[in-house]
Design a binder for this molecule. Structure first.
Ligand SMILES: [Zn+2]
Length: 208
C-alpha cells in the first residue's frame, strides 16, 4: 500500500519536474530516441505512468507541457475537460489494462468551453449545435454560481470557473463508475486536478 502511495507521489513529482524543464527550455527528449521507444512499445506494449484528461485547446499539449515522452501519458482530450461516459470508459480502460495509478484532470486559463458556458448562462443565447450544447450543459452546473457573482471582472470569473470546472471533473470522475470508485477507495488510483496558465506555461496543481 505504501508502495503505491510512493509511486503516485513520484509520478506527480515527475510531472512537476517536467513542467519546470519545459519552462526552462531543457527537454530531455529527442525525436530520434522517441522513435526508438515507439518501436519498442509497439513490440512489448504500452505502460503509461499516468492518465491525463485535458482540454483539446491547441495551446495545452500534455506531453510538451510536462516534458514527457512517447508512451508516458495516456491522454484524453475533450473541450472543457468534461466528464462524459466515453471519457470515463477511457480512464477505466487505462486503469484496468495498464494499472495506471494516477489520473490528472488539467484545465487551462482562457478556456473557450468555459467562457462559452459563462456567456451562455449570462445571455441565455442558444448554442449552434447539439454537440456544443452537450459540452456546455455538462460545465454549466459547476460554474452557475460563479456566473452570478457581482463585482468581479470577467477575467476573474473565467479564472474561478476554470478552477471550479476542474475540481468538478475530479469529483465526478472519482464517483463516475463502480470500478473507479473502488480503485480510489483502495488507494490504487489517485485523481487530482491542475490548471495550466497559458500566459506563462506554469501548471498549478490544485490542493484538495
Ligand atoms: Zn479549453
Amino acid at each position: 500500500m505504501q508502495d503505491i502511495k510512493q509511486q503516485q507521489a513520484q509520478i506527480i513529482e515527475d510531472f512537476k519536474a517536467g513542467n519546470q524543464r519545459f519552462l526552462a527550455g531543457m527537454s530531455i527528449h529527442s525525436s530520434r530516441a522517441s522513435l526508438m521507444k515507439l518501436k519498442e512499445y509497439a513490440r512489448v506494449g504500452q505502460s503509461p505512468k499516468a492518465v491525463v484528461l485535458c482540454c483539446s485547446d491547441s495551446r495545452a499539449p500534455v506531453e510538451m507541457i510536462f516534458d514527457q515522452d512517447l508512451g508516458d501519458v495516456f491522454v484524453i482530450r475533450v473541450a472543457g475537460n468534461i466528464v462524459a461516459p466515453s471519457l470515463v470508459g477511457s480512464v477505466e480502460f487505462a486503469a484496468i489494462t495498464f494499472g495506471t495509478p494516477v489520473v490528472m484532470v488539467m484545465g487551462h486559463t482562457q478556456c473557450g468551453a468555459v467562457t462559452t458556458t459563462l456567456r451562455h448562462i449570462q445571455t441565455k443565447e442558444a448554442l449552434s449545435s447539439e454537440g456544443l450544447n452537450d459540452i456546455v450543459s455538462r460545465i454549466k452546473p459547476h460554474i452557475h454560481a460563479i456566473a452570478r457573482i457581482q463585482n468581479i471582472s470577467d477575467e476573474e470569473k473565467v479564472r474561478r470557473a476554470v478552477e471550479a470546472n476542474v475540481r468538478a471533473s475530479v469529483g465526478q470522475l472519482s464517483h463516475s463508475s463502480r470500478i473507479i470508485e473502488e480503485m480510489v477507495n483502495l488507494g490504487r488510483l489517485q485523481i487530482l486536478g491542475a490548471v495550466l496558465d497559458l500566459s506563462s506555461g506554469v501548471v498549478n496543481f490544485l490542493e484538495d
